[in-house]
Design a protein around this ligand. Structure first.
Ligand SMILES: *[C@@H]1O[C@H](CO)[C@@H](O)[C@H](O)[C@H]1NC(C)=O
Ligand SMILES: *[C@@H]1O[C@H](CO)[C@@H](O)[C@H](O)[C@H]1NC(C)=O
Ligand SMILES: *[C@@H]1O[C@H](CO)[C@@H](O)[C@H](O)[C@H]1NC(C)=O
Ligand SMILES: *[C@@H]1O[C@H](CO)[C@@H](O)[C@H](O)[C@H]1NC(C)=O
Length: 490
């Protein structure tokens, strides 16, 4: 069986645990340059909405594959994960959902019920970024799932701030693989087929409110999947997916704007020199569609732009760009056995997760095929529009849209999100204000017409792994459809 795995942290190339810190850094810079360069050559801008374009050749009305799911829910139920702590009071499921029986293509999912009152909770789908790294390894095991992995790589500890607690009903994440002919369009189509089949397997959730959430490159998948679902819903005699909203964190939503935001962030956070920043702004024309049209300053502005961008990334030195104030992992200093605590950020958590997910008994407990599991893998991404702002603008008129940002992320920083939202020119309905979590400012929130923007203070790219309590407060507010809480009574 070919297993596609689509939900990975594209924007986390540094997370390969087997890289040394320095080679990881080099890799990251290469990666970023490659991304920027590939945008110029192979991804011409698409002015129309992605969903509209797609619709021209396809009315979205022909039925999609839905296979028999009889008995599969019971078969997917996880008895117990190896090394899980005592007192687990919720049900867990994992398994494969076939999305294309002809190509024999399936998606892997992990699903966790709410411990409390689960029949009345909404359904939440979480998608990590991609392409390249696993949502099981990141989203589920390091961010919002119910467990994290101890430094022995064999046992688990509880994440008290898991998103299936406190107001959140369910979440499941999907694994990803080294599937080579995958792209944004295929991702949305496969995800839709996955959802329809999954709802057949778990029919009690068919009418449940659904929220789709994700981070990083999921700034593409989430709005695209949401648009695709709404388009399909209009014209189907199959299950109508009860989509109510989306939330995207540190989301890559527009190449030009997000790239400009990145370099501005590096300078305003004292990671770059004035000269480098001036060079970037002089030679890189972020307003143009190819990032670097000559600003009549030089015939070779493109080269100069590349050089200044490389310089900007080298100049910041060996830091975790995904959480600029956080320590780096020193994998030779890991002491096995200590019990982890979700409130202590663990820069080596991906090392522990890799050990754990490679235990044969863990793979068996998850109903996964025996495999050498790795967090990331190269994928050939075949289509990727330069912007998902057209989808976001349309979605904001019909469903709840939240854009959140961990404010210590340098990779898809808060500046990128703010610049992107600004282009939508939405009127402010609720003025910028702090919100609170555990009696401290958890971040800031501003309500635009149709879009809520919120920061999570002190959080990096993978928000819940840096600030689990604040992340949970924020997402619970999103699901309840109200702004995050104000100050505690004095
Ligand atoms: C659903 O619609 C398709 C055509 O779009 C048709 O072939 C199929 O028979 C319909 N199914 C039902 C149950 O109406
Ligand atoms: C994740 O995807 C990879 C690649 O297809 C696969 O080999 C692996 O078994 C999956 N992991 C799990 C835990 O299912
Ligand atoms: C072109 O780029 C080179 C370095 O790559 C630089 O030395 C030269 O001054 C640039 N030319 C112009 C006109 O900016
Ligand atoms: C990593 O830890 C080892 C063992 O404690 C130590 O010798 C080494 O200097 C550390 N490396 C860095 C880069 O901190």
């Amino acid at each position: 069986m070919e297993v596609t795995a689509i939900w990975l942290l594209l924007l986390l190339p540094c997370s390969f645990p087997n890289f040394l810190i320095s080679s990881c850094m080099g890799n990251q810079i290469d990666y970023l340059n490659r991304l920027v360069a590939s945008r110029r050559s192979s991804n011409p801008p698409r002015p129309e909405s992605w969903a509209q374009l797609d619709d021209q050749g396809n009315s979205h009305s022909s039925p999609v594959f839905v296979g028999s799911q009889k008995g599969l829910m019971q078969a997917d139920k996880i008895d117990k994960l190896p090394g899980q702590p005592e007192g687990v009071d919720f049900d867990q499921y994992a398994g494969y959902v076939t999305v294309d029986p002809v190509a024999d293509r399936a998606l892997f999912y992990f699903f966790v019920e709410s411990p409390v009152n689960s029949p009345n909770k909404p359904l939440v789908l979480w998608l990590n970024g991609g392409p390249g790294c696993s949502s099981l390894g990141y989203g589920a095991m390091q961010e919002l799932g119910p467990f994290r992995v101890n430094s022995d790589g064999k046992t688990l500890y509880r994440n008290e701030y898991a998103w299936n607690n406190a107001g959140v009903g369910f979440s499941y994440s999907k694994n990803s693989s080294d599937y080579t002919q995958v792209g944004d369009k295929r991702t949305a189509e496969d995800s839709y087929v996955f959802l329809l089949n999954w709802l057949e397997r778990f029919p009690q959730y068919k009418t449940r409110d659904l929220f789709i959430t994700g981070e990083s490159y999921a700034g593409h998948y989430v709005p695209q999947l949401a648009s695709y679902i709404l388009s399909r819903n209009k014209n189907t005699n199959q299950t109508v997916v009860n989509l109510k909203g989306i939330a995207i964190g540190n989301a890559w939503i527009d190449d030009n704007i997000c790239t400009k935001g990145l370099f501005d962030y590096l300078w305003t956070h004292a990671l770059n020199s004035d000269e480098t920043n001036e060079g970037v702004n002089k030679y890189c024309d972020f307003a143009s569609q190819d990032l670097v049209t000559n600003k009549a300053v030089a015939k070779n502005a493109t080269d100069q732009c590349d050089q200044y961008q490389s310089r900007a990334l080298t100049e910041m030195g060996d830091i975790d760009l995904y959480g600029i104030y956080s320590p780096l992992c020193n994998s030779s200093a890991i002491k096995p056995g200590s019990d982890g605590n979700v409130l202590n950020f663990d820069p080596c958590s991906d090392v522990h997760v890799k050990s754990y997910l490679n235990l044969a008994k863990v793979q068996a407990a998850l109903h996964a095929k025996a495999t050498k599991w790795s967090a990331c893998s190269g994928v050939g991404w075949t289509d990727s529009p330069t912007s998902t702002l057209p989808e976001i603008r349309d979605l904001a008129k019909v469903i709840r849209v939240w854009i959140y940002s961990g404010d210590t992320d340098g990779r898809v920083p808060v500046t990128s999100s703010r610049y992107a939202i600004k282009t939508l020119q939405l009127p402010v309905e609720t003025a910028w204000q702090p919100w609170y979590s555990d009696s401290e400012v958890g971040g800031y929130v501003v309500g635009y017409k149709g879009v809520v923007f919120t920061t999570v203070r002190g959080a990096g790219h993978t928000v819940p792994s840096y600030q689990p309590a604040r992340a949970l407060t924020m997402i619970a507010s999103f699901l309840q459809g109200k702004l995050p809480p104000g100050p505690p009574p004095s």
